[in-house]
Design a protein around this ligand. Sequence first.
Ligand code: ATP
Length: 232
Amino acid sequence: MLLAVDGLTAGYGAAPVLHEVSFSVRSKEIVAVLGANGAGKTTLLRTLCGQLKSQQGQVVFDGVDLRGVKVERMVRHGIAHVPEGRGVVTELTVDENLQLGGLWRKQKPALDGIYDLFPALAQRRRHLGHQLSGGERQMLAIGRALAAEPRLLLLDEPSLGLAPKITAQIMGLLRDLRDRTGLAVLLVEQNVRSALSVADVGLVLSLGRVVTRNNAAALAGDADLRHAYLGF
Ligand code: ATP
């Protein structure tokens, strides 16, 4: 087991948003985190990457208890987070953004592998973040996370504002990465069909609680669950 979350309770103030959330992620597994607006998906990723402190419960990553560990150490342990809205530094070049992603590594990141994955970025190495299209910015945000050489990627709404073709390209890339590098992905996605098409497993949240964790094909085929929690 790469990540084991047990009884995680977390939120922004005294009242928790996540209530005793438990699930696990294996190496090389793509897990889609699904649920209606406000279900707590983004809050879950923020807690797992160390941005938000948990109130209760355990987060064990590769055998190490990561409760209370700060973002920097999370990255060193092998967890990288791509926030909703992407977090690319628009005043820096593509190259500089990627360098930033490897800041907490002991050695300078090897960017060639990332440029191989994203040929569109390779052609724009010296362009500033704000000169990129939405799709290129998302690719840069993922590339920047990969520069830290993570074993688990926490990816929040990668399809936000992107054309279906670009979204499909990014989803395909996640599978490719998983197959090539063994990366595990926790994917938050409003586009449920798209997420289930790429994920091995779906984790459905409702009002901060886990409704079910099941394989993606079974979830896609469960009409009652789809209607109740996934809106299609
Ligand atoms: P969405 O798809 O709408 O982002 P989500 O499932 O990701 O939904 P969260 O963003 O995790 O949901 O929000 C869960 C709850 O936490 C919501 O009730 C929201 O209002 C609350 N919340 C989110 N961010 C904050 C914040 N910074 N401060 C206080 N409450 C917040």
